[in-house]
Ligand binder design. Structure first.
Ligand SMILES: O=C(O)COP(=O)(O)O
Ligand SMILES: [Mg+2]
Length: 212
């Protein structure tokens, strides 16, 4: 049986509408025009600090750090627009039933991560949850990924993610990478090292069986 660690945003859930709403509530407070969904999507991937820096730069705002507390305030309440990608819930159930051990490693900060997991009823879904601020470093540093796998015991490792950050973290951790292609990637698929790619969650159980 394998140890399978999942990325969150753009892999299991389409959370950009909530992240954009949190960003736009923050921008409204300083009287600045909102982000489009496409802009917000392009800023996700390296955690909340980088998101806010990119947002501030796009709107000509100095001192992005000043915006962080307000962004986090909105972000940890922003769950209502998030949708689980089709087939994810059934796939996670099937993987767990097959005896695989499931973990989560996201660059999303811990409080919004906990909020969205609670909203989705996924508090017990993963044996380990490491968020973007759980450890001193975040993806693409391999440390959080390694820590997530360590918490799952022994067995073959598979990391499932959607972006260049995930591909790089998996490469640096030496873990086979399975990429969900409809996620928030901005690089071309062929430029990202991956063991396998999929666009339909109902395929994952069978792909894992070929890898583990
Ligand atoms: O919140 C982010 O920037 C990215 O989150 P993810 O690592 O779950 O894709
Ligand atoms: Mg992601």
């Amino acid at each position: 049986m394998a140890r399978i660690v999942f990325d969150l945003d753009g892999t299991l859930i389409d959370s950009v509408p909530d992240i954009a709403a949190a960003a736009n509530a923050t921008l409204a407070e300083v009287g600045v025009a909102p982000l489009s969904l496409a802009e917000a999507r392009g800023f996700v991937g390296e955690g909340a600090g980088v998101f806010v820096e990119r947002m501030a730069q796009a709107r000509g705002l100095s001192e992005p750090a000043r915006l962080m507390p307000r962004f986090l305030h909105h972000y940890e309440r922003a769950v209502g627009l998030t949708e689980i990608y089709p087939g994810v819930a059934a796939s996670l159930d099937a993987l767990a039933r097959a005896g695989h051990r499931l973990g989560l490693c996201t660059n999303k900060p811990a409080r919004p991560t906990e909020a969205v997991l609670a909203h989705l009823g996924w508090q017990e879904r993963f044996e380990v949850v490491l968020a973007g601020d759980s450890l001193p470093s975040r993806k693409p540093d391999p440390a959080p990924l390694r820590a997530a796998f360590d918490a799952l015991g022994d067995g073959p490792m598979i990391y499932v993610g959607d972006s260049e950050i995930d591909a790089e973290a998996a490469r640096r951790a030496g873990v086979p990478f399975l990429i969900y292609t409809p996620g928030y990637r901005s690089a071309d698929l062929q430029d990202l090292p991956h063991a396998a790619a999929f666009d339909d969650w109902s395929e994952v159980l069978a792909i894992v069986a070929t890898m583990a």
